[in-house]
Each structure stands twice: as C-alpha cells, then as structure tokens.
Design a protein around this ligand. Sequence first.
Ligand SMILES: Nc1ncnc2c1ncn2[C@@H]1O[C@H](COP(=O)(O)OP(=O)(O)OP(=O)(O)O)[C@@H](O)[C@H]1O
Ligand SMILES: [Mg+2]
Length: 260
Amino acid sequence: MIEPALRTESPRTESPLPGRLIAVEGVDGSGKSTQIDLLYKWLRSHGRKVFFSEWNSSELVVEATRKGKRRMLLTPTTFSLIHATDFADRYERQILPMLKAGYIVLCDRYIFTSFARDRARGCNTEWLREVYGFARVPDVTFYFHLPVEMALDRLTRSRQQPNWFEAGMDLGLSIDIMESFRMFQGRVTDNYMQLVEEYGLVKLDATAPITEQQRRVREDIVRAIDLEQFPSRIEHVVHADYGAAPAVFEEDWRDAEGEW
Ligand SMILES: Nc1ncnc2c1ncn2[C@@H]1O[C@H](COP(=O)(O)OP(=O)(O)OP(=O)(O)O)[C@@H](O)[C@H]1O
Ligand SMILES: [Mg+2]
C-alpha cells in the first residue's frame, strides 16, 4: 500500500498498472544519479523486478539535441519540445510497457524536470502540463534539495565552470556564467519548491551524507511499495562449464513486449 503522504495524485483518471514508478528530481549535481543508482542496485540485489530509464537518453533525438545545442539553434520552446520528444519516446517504448509488465521503474529525472527548468526558461506552465499530459504521475518522486551555491561548488570540483545551458546562458540573464548559473538555478529551485507542494514530491536534504540519504530513500520505498509483489524471475543458474550466469525467464520479456 502506498502511504497517503507519499502518494501523488494524477490530475487525470488512470487505471492502476501492475508496476510502480519512482522518480528522482533536483538541480544539476544534487545527487540524483548517485541515489537512484544505489536504489537500483539494492532492489536488484533483493531480487526485485526493476527497470531504469534516464532523461535525455533516447536515440531518437540524441543527434538533434547535440546539433541544436552546439549551433545554439534552440529557443526555450524547441529546447522543451526536444526533451519532451525524448521523454515521450522512452515513455511509450520503455516506461509504460515495463509498468504494464509489473516492473518497478526508476526514472532519473521525469516530467518535473521540464516543469521546473523549462518554466525557468519562460515556457508557460499550463502549456508544459498539456505537453506532458500523457505521462503518469509517479508513485513516489524524491526531490533532492541543494542550495544553489553548493550545487555550483560540487560542479566546479569536477570541471572549471558550468556548461552554457545548465547556467541558463541562453537567457541572457548575465554575461558572467557563474552569476547566470546562480540566477537560473535559483529560479529552477523555486519552481521545484512549488512542485513539492503541488504534487507531494518527497523533499530530501541533498547536503546530508550519501548513506544517510539512501537510508531515508529505502525507508520511504519500503513504506510506499510492497516489494514482495515484485519478485524477479531472473535467477542465477550454475553451468557446469561456465559457472554462474544470469538466466532471463522468457515470460519477463513476453510480459514487457506483449503490452504495446
Ligand atoms: N551527499 C553528497 N555529498 C557530497 N557529494 C555528493 C553527494 N551526493 C553526490 N555527491 C557528488 O556530487 C556530484 C554530483 O552527483 P550526481 O552525479 O549524483 O548528481 P546529479 O543530480 O545526478 O547531477 P546531474 O543532474 O548533473 O546528472 C558527484 O561527484 C557525486 O559524487
Ligand atoms: Mg545525474
């Protein structure tokens, strides 16, 4: 059973699906990938059926995104639509079929990324909700809250400065890239805070140690989802010549592919 506090209601009437949907959200560098990777490995190690999908990873738009960004061809609207196309492609070809097949689907960024970021670029809120109207609201969405100054600090530890788009330089807020990052990501953070209220995202302190955050993530998942309902049929068979190797049971794939 999903605890009421963790349940996010969809604005539309939707029939329940056998799978469960979990998403992570937050500004660049807030620790989303770190946490969802740990969660994925933990669920797998406990023999759960789990599938992972990442923002901006669809083959369909990878070239267009790269070209558009490199040549500075994107406006806030086309920037938003290109990400929406990536999302729609993954949603219809991966996320929804896997939910229908009874998997726990983990998403590194979901529609809230667009709601927060594209709105900060000036896109209309209602328009954004319409564009993503086909997508289900996740069972649980974690929002990793990191003050902008700390996000900048983490980012500049691995490279000299933020990239053009994560600093919102396309908006012309400031000619100084660091200052532009502060202003743009500040807007994104304000938008996320509104989404916490509106959609009941679970807000976590992203400045806390990695292990502490992961403990909280697992506790919330155990409370929200009956994990016993998602046993994996992937077992380890021991082959006389080759040792242990994973065997994928055919029904898993049939379930996934039969629901197109
Ligand atoms: N709790 C934490 N404390 C300190 N550093 C952390 C913490 N969590 C993650 N990091 C570090 O911060 C950096 C960014 O983490 P990560 O890649 O998980 O963020 P992200 O939210 O996925 O970023 P992006 O949006 O750019 O993909 C990494 O170097 C990671 O090791
Ligand atoms: Mg990441």
